[in-house]
Design a protein around this ligand. Structure first.
Ligand SMILES: Cc1ncc(COP(=O)(O)O)c(C=O)c1O
Length: 382
């Protein structure tokens, strides 16, 4: 008998729903990935670098040229000068950056505060490190931090807080004022911040992403994580990075060098080239995704789903209580997939305890216009 270290974990809902979509032929608006490719010049650059012989191990912390490009971007967008040599680590996906940050700081018996609804990658990593997640629900509607509950959740064992902005699944975006409030709450405590900012460029309606990188005091104790997969429409490349002050980066790298040692070499070369040649890609991304959000929401306006347009990410939450109030959200997505040909994600999987009466499912609109039109047609017919 194997005595599992993670006895409560099975396959994720994202795998399950994508599988069900495949089996039933449903349109897959569940898992968060585009049904279009990344920029052609980026893909061609990979081929070029593979053929040029860039196929051996990259430097452990990431290709210098790529780290330089990340540093340029951070200065341009968030006004921070980061040392590419000592503060940036390129990892195989944001997931691995998060894992390494958590393993680097969480010890047996530590508590890590996460906000529900919460992306599913944090908790298993905390548990593997011997820690425990303390779940603090965001307030509804709007998915904001509940400062009283956060304060009440802090203890002498609190080792870290995980922030996710823009937030999956709600799309909520943190403000400067909220970062200030967070800073004052943890000022006199020995608490780290892990800031998952993989949707940093997917912020709409003229608003800007407020990065922990732009907050002097919080950055001093933070790991800020992002994902090239999300930004360049290449989720399958699993390439991301962590930015942290030198002492924290050193600890993160101690884990990273024995989890994978380095990230895929030709992909790093290609990303460095592309970032240098096309800095406009990231500044054009909000408009690109906002038009997808607006198309999907306009099409869905005649449906019986109720929703407020998402402020960020490529996810749209929708309330289905006018359609099937009798179904739990897990039953609802199964029913939607099997009976109506559209797969979605139930919000309950992001909660330790789903708030009473919440009837929300998450649709991913990182899809071609034709896919969004076909899906909306099916959803409007319900
Ligand atoms: C909030 C959040 N963090 C991290 C990730 C993982 O990013 P990557 O694919 O680069 O590992 C995702 C992917 O869906 C995500 O939604």
């Amino acid at each position: 008998m194997i005595h599992s270290k993670l006895p409560n974990l099975g396959v994720t809902i994202f795998t399950k729903m994508s599988q069900l979509a495949l089996e039933t032929g449903a349109i897959n608006l569940s898992q968060g990935f585009p049904d279009y490719d990344g920029p052609q010049a980026l893909r061609e650059a990979v081929v070029r670098h593979v053929m040029a012989g860039h196929n051996q191990y990259a430097p452990m912390a990431g290709l210098p040229a790529l780290r330089e490009q990340i540093a340029h971007k951070v200065t341009a967008l968030y006004g921070r000068t980061v040392d590419a040599q000592n503060e940036i680590t390129v990892t195989p996906g944001a997931t691995q950056a998060l894992f390494c940050a958590i393993q680097a700081i969480v010890r047996e018996g530590d508590e890590v505060i996460v906000f529900d609804p919460c992306y599913d990658a944090y908790e298993p990593s905390v548990e593997l490190a011997g820690g425990r997640c303390v779940h603090v629900p965001l307030t509804l509607p709007g998915f904001r931090i509940d400062w009283e509950r956060l304060q009440a959740a802090l203890s002498v064992r609190t080792r870290a807080i995980v922030l996710n902005t823009p937030h999956n699944p709600s799309g909520a975006i943190i403000s400067h004022e909220e970062l200030d409030q967070l800073a004052s709450l943890i000022r006199d405590r020995d608490i780290y911040l892990i800031s998952d900012e993989v949707y940093e460029h997917l912020v709409f309606d003229g608003r800007s992403h407020v990065s922990v990188l732009s907050h002097e005091e919080l950055y001093a104790r933070a790991f800020v994580v992002s994902s090239f997969g999300k930004t360049y429409h290449v989720t399958g490349w699993k390439t991301g990075y962590a930015i942290a002050p030198p002492a924290l980066s050193t600890e993160l790298r101690k884990v990273h060098q024995y989890v994978s040692f380095c990230s895929v070499t030709p992909l790093q070369w290609a990303l460095a080239d592309f970032m240098a040649a096309h800095p406009e890609h990231v500044t054009e991304l909000p408009a690109f995704y906002q038009s997808k959000r607006d198309l999907f929401c306009d099409l869905m306006s005649s449906s019986r789903f109720d929703f407020t347009r998402t402020a960020g990410t490529y996810f749209q939450l929708a309330d289905y209580s006018a359609i099937r109030d009798d179904l739990s959200d897990v039953e609802m997505v199964e029913w939607l997939t099997r009976e109506h040909g559209v797969a979605a994600i139930p919000i309950s999987v992001f909660y330790q305890q789903l708030p009473q009466g919440l009837r929300l499912v998450r649709f991913c609109f990182a899809k071609r216009e034709e896919t969004l039109r076909r899906a909306a047609e099916k959803l409007c017919a319900i």
